[in-house]
Design a protein around this ligand. Structure first.
Ligand SMILES: C[S@@+](CC[C@H](N)C(=O)[O-])C[C@H]1O[C@@H](n2cnc3c(N)ncnc32)[C@H](O)[C@@H]1O
Length: 501
């Protein structure tokens, strides 16, 4: 069986996200996202549409007879799937083939992502060489990567190949690596079925397969899950890179300068430990500073050690009320205790090898707990714009900065809250509609300056006029407002130009 035949069969079957949602409806779709296959199975019962048959085979893990499979995949047939090791003797698919749809600046794409079946179908703990399907973290990372054109991109720890699919949309060529042979086999199938070329798959530990090579962009959802290295705790290859504590993220950050072109960027997810009395983000800062990188690091979540262990034990299919769970949770807490770790942070790292080493560094480390209004989609471009804004203004003193013309971004609105009957607001805020959905408290001075920023006048002229209006000292107002305007520019709430728009 040629993969191109299976691709042609999947295309003819219209085995797509839209078709499946049409076949089983929103309730079954939501239930599947919660690992409940029953509504979908009921909706598909008795449906002979090839997409319905393929959904039962590849997504629900049902056992089908060969004749049904032959009708749904006429070129490939059950025999073709068996020959490729994709179908077991009992008529069940040995892998998940999931229709996956994405929208980006260049339009809509429909791909198929091949991975192992998740817990819903396996009904038990995951095997050591389990290849992860597209999950929340995969989508988060895909959204964190900017969409501007790049020549060469590295996808480190490609797994099912999902990041390589996305990366190839904006890159001329992609190198995708993994330590797992099984992942590389499934990623190859993902790429072939999806009709995506110019992705080179390489085997090896972390950056070893790309020794001596540099990339414009590095994308990785690395195996960062902190796992005890002893006492019979199984290694799950898809999430555990085999290092102690958060060593894998540290190692990766420190090694990046050798693998990025000047100005090249890396987009990673990661965990970082909080040893008692130490801020986890300060640890990340130390890694970044040692590597000499620009950095924008966002901590999205922080769990205590017990919660962290529970999360990842459940993720590996270990049920809470069991002796196995308790023994493993002990091992996890002992491991954390050995390093004095009380909490673990999770978040996004955007790192850049400076193109100009004498320019001021961007180093932002922040906790952003609120959910972004549009998920992470577009976040990568928003962060890239933040780096660009930093480059535009970091070297300017306040006099030069105040000569620039600012325009409030189109997704920014102002909220005002009043005590009932009051003439003046008690609270004024700027609210961002995209990116990280930031909310910035305004005082009268900043509110008046931002309100007048339509690109017409230099910021300095606006500040002087507002000072006049409020009867305050113009120099003092400028000293207060201009640093906040710099911040608004970096987070994308105003845009700056040297001249009138
Ligand atoms: C969390 S998965 C990410 C999969 C995929 N990129 C995504 O975003 O969904 C991490 C991947 O790293 C691979 N991996 C584990 N240890 C590794 C190592 N030491 N070096 C390189 N890759 C490794 C795993 O096999 C797995 O495919």
């Amino acid at each position: 069986m040629h993969t191109s035949e299976l691709r042609a069969d999947l295309l003819d079957a219209d085995f797509t996200v839209d078709r499946l949602q049409g076949l089983w409806g929103p309730v079954a779709d939501a239930a599947l996202a919660r690992d409940n296959p029953v509504p979908a199975r009921r909706a598909l019962a008795g449906r002979e549409h090839p997409a319905a048959v393929l959904a039962r085979l590849f997504l629900l893990g049902d056992a089908l007879d060969s004749a049904q499979i032959d009708r749904a995949l006429p070129r490939t047939g059950a025999a073709g799937l068996r020959a490729r090791g994709l179908l077991g003797p009992d008529g069940r698919a040995l892998v998940e083939v999931r229709p996956y749809s994405a929208v980006d600046a260049t339009g809509v794409v429909n791909w198929w992502v091949v991975s192992d079946h998740g817990e819903m179908v396996r009904r038990g703990p995951l095997s050591a060489d389990h290849v992860l399907g597209v999950g929340g973290a995969s989508l988060t990372l895909a959204g964190l990567v900017p969409t501007s054109p790049a020549r060469r991109v590295l996808d480190l720890g490609t797994g099912s190949g999902v990041q390589a699919l996305h990366a190839r949309r904006s890159a001329a060529s992609v190198v995708a690596t993994d330590l797992s042979d099984r992942a590389l086999r499934l990623a190859a199938l993902t790429l072939e079925l999806s009709g995506v070329d110019n992705v080179e798959l390489r085997h090896g530990d972390m950056l070893t397969p790309v020794a001596g090579e540099r990339f414009d962009r590095i994308v990785s959802n690395p195996p960062f899950v902190i796992t005890p290295r002893e006492r019979g705790v199984d290694v799950l290859e898809y999430r555990d890179g085999g290092r102690v504590g958060d060593g894998i993220v540290e190692e990766l950050v420190r090694a990046l300068p050798d693998h990025l072109e000047p100005g090249g960027t890396a987009h990673l997810l990661g965990n970082w430990e909080y040893p008692a009395g130490t801020d986890g983000l300060d640890r990340v800062r130390a890694w970044v500073e040692a590597a000499g990188l620009d950095a924008w690091v966002i901590e999205r979540d922080r769990q205590d050690a017990a919660e962290y262990a529970e999360t990842w034990l459940r993720d590996g299919g270990v049920r809470t009320a069991s002796e196995t769970f308790e023994a493993l949770a002990e091992a996890w807490l002992d491991d954390f205790a050995a390093r004095g770790v009380t909490h673990v942070g999770f978040g996004y790292l955007t790192l850049r090898r400076p193109a100009n080493t004498s320019a001021p560094r961007l180093r932002r480390f922040e906790r952003v707990a609120t959910a972004a209004p549009s998920g992470t989609s577009g976040l990568g471009d928003a962060i890239a714009a933040g780096f660009a804004a930093h480059d535009q203004i970091a070297a300017l003193d306040d006099v030069a900065f105040a000569r620039m013309h600012a325009t409030v971004a189109p997704d920014v609105t102002e909220e005002r809250h009043f005590w009932p009957g009051a003439e003046h607001p008690t609270v004024m805020r700027l609210v961002q509609g995209t990116g990280l959905g930031r909310v910035v408290d305004l005082d009268t001075g900043l509110g008046a300056v931002v309100g007048a920023c339509d690109g017409e006048l230099p910021m300095g002229v606006i500040v002087a006029a507002v000072a006049d209006l409020l009867d305050v000292d113009a120099g003092a107002l400028a000293a207060e407002v201009l640093p906040r305007m710099r911040e608004l520019a970096v987070v994308g709430m105003i845009t700056l130009a040297d001249h009138r728009e």
